[in-house]
Design a protein around this ligand. Structure first.
Ligand code: ADP
Length: 458
């Protein structure tokens, strides 16, 4: 069901319930309710009179004026003490006699509400026949008699007026409901339709679509959220394209080399040298490294990967990494200095931190200056340990600084060593540190080297 239909249906239902209630109370129950109110009034009037029997005159006057209740009070020997209106008519004497007999028969208290047509021998006007009285009489303990009588006017005339009014109200309310439903639904449906159209464009892969909506707060928020989601999809899509371009480029170079060397070794007997085999092995390990970096990144960036914290000696770990990397790079003349005063214990995921440290130190080796020196420093600041990796390279430009932690970002410059970067190393560091709630950063100035650092709780 459309929004318009639903709102219309709800409003019509609401009107129907409201009108039904109005009809019930104004037309169907009006007579009954009116009579009940009158009966209650007469009963409370009797109680008031009983309580103020010494001041009958003013109490009864008040009852007549405020509630149109007629009162007659007789003394125990039958004399009239009070009667509303003063002079008694023949008709009312007869009526009093009738009520007196009924009251005595009923044991001192008699209540009568003849809602059916009263049978009377004499009625001066035809309309008068239709009037009805509530009669209530009581003999008090001192023998006094109180007769109360209240006139009930038939509500038929009122009911037919109300009916007419209600017909008009019904028609007006139904029209109103339809008009309001149309207005509201137009207001709600219009922005949703426009959002829906934009979403269709988005589904076709046009990620720069803008979701615009006016009107309700929730709908505006929905539009903003969708615009944001479209932007995120756009970023992911761009990264995906970039990744494919990067990876295929990175894969092609070693694969071409491997194929070339392998063919030469097969076809030319003289080329089957250990050096050539080494080139093939080196290229294979480069491919291997690339693949494991991509896997590592997706592992640490995945929401589901939980780091396994253990307490371990990070200084010990640092020494191991530095000595292994020194071993590899010594032949090329690289020097990695480690400066750590005390052994520090941290509570972290050992292999994830190792991965981050490896990435920072190999980056420093790759980018350091002509002195081929990398300094690794362990500092203790309050209850934290900071590991800094300095290199003497050309540094990072202020323009590049904000981007180096992004996935697949790599600067245009060539690495110093013949290692092609994947643009993944620093994003792994970022993911690992984020998972540890640790801090990380870089201080770098163009031409003055860089200092990358990570910080963990001791
Ligand atoms: P890559 O595999 O390209 O080194 P990273 O994510 O490790 O990928 O680094 C991203 C970019 O950050 C690099 O391309 C480089 O421009 C810059 N970068 C990283 N470390 C250093 C450093 N020690 N000195 C200068 N630039 C660096």
């Amino acid at each position: 069901m459309s929004i318009r239909g639903k709102i219309c249906a709800f409003l019509l239902l609401f009107c129907a319930v409201l009108l039904a209630l109005l009809w019930l109370f104004q037309v169907v129950f009006l007579d009954g309710i009116y009579k009940q109110v009158k009966i209650a009034e007469v009963k409370s009037a009797m109680a008031t009179l009983e309580a103020n029997i010494d001041d009958v005159d003013s109490t009864a006057d008040y009852l007549f004026q405020s509630r149109s209740i007629n009162t007659t009070v007789l003394s125990s020997d039958g004399n009239v003490i009070y009667q509303t209106g003063g002079n008694m008519m023949r008709e009312s004497i007869r009526e009093l006699q009738r009520l007196y007999t009924l009251t005595v028969n009923d044991g001192g208290e008699f209540f009568e509400y003849p809602f059916s047509e009263p049978e009377s021998e004499f009625m001066p006007f035809p309309d008068f026949r239709r009037q009805q009285n509530i009669n209530y009489s009581k003999i008090l303990s001192d023998g006094k008699l109180i007769f109360l009588s209240a006139l009930i006017t038939p509500v038929d005339a009122t009911v037919s007026t109300l009916k007419l009014e209600l017909y008009a109200i019904t028609v007006i309310m139904l029209l109103f409901a339809v008009v309001i439903a149309l207005l509201i639904s137009r207001h709600v449906a219009k922005p949703i339709v426009s959002i829906n159209n934009s979403a269709k464009i988005l589904a076709k892969g046009k990620y720069d679509v803008q979701f615009t909506a006016t009107g309700y707060k929730e709908i505006r928020e929905l539009a903003d959220t969708l615009t944001y989601a479209a932007g995120e999809l756009n970023t992911v899509e761009e990264l995906r394209k970039e990744l494919i371009a990067n990876i295929s480029h990175d894969l092609r170079t070693p694969l071409t080399l491997i194929a070339g060397y392998a063919e030469a070794m097969r076809d030319l007997p003289g080329e089957s040298t250990p050096e050539n085999a080494q080139v093939v092995i080196d290229e294979v390990s480069r491919l291997n490294r690339l693949v494991s970096e991509v896997l590592n990144l997706s592992k640490y960036q995945s929401e589901n990967t939980i780091i396994e914290r253990v307490e371990y000696n990070i200084t010990e770990q640092l020494r191991g990494i530095v000595s292994r990397l020194s071993e590899f790079t010594r032949v090329d003349g690289y020097v990695i200095e480690l400066n750590a005063e005390h052994d520090v214990i941290v509570n972290a995921d050992e292999s994830a931190i190792a991965q981050a440290l490896y990435n920072l130190i190999t980056n420093a080796i790759n980018y350091t200056g002509d002195d081929k020196t990398v300094k690794v420093e362990q500092l203790e600041i309050n209850d934290s340990v900071v590991i800094e990796v300095h290199d003497s390279g050309s540094g990072i430009t202020a323009r590049e600084l904000p981007h180096i932690w992004d996935r697949y970002y790599r600067s245009e410059k060539k690495h110093r060593r013949a290692v092609v970067g994947s643009g993944i190393g620093l994003s792994i560091v970022k993911s690992v540190m984020d998972k540890h709630n640790g801090e990380y950063g870089v201080d770098s100035q163009e031409g003055h080297g860089s200092t990358f650092w990570i910080k963990l709780q001791k």
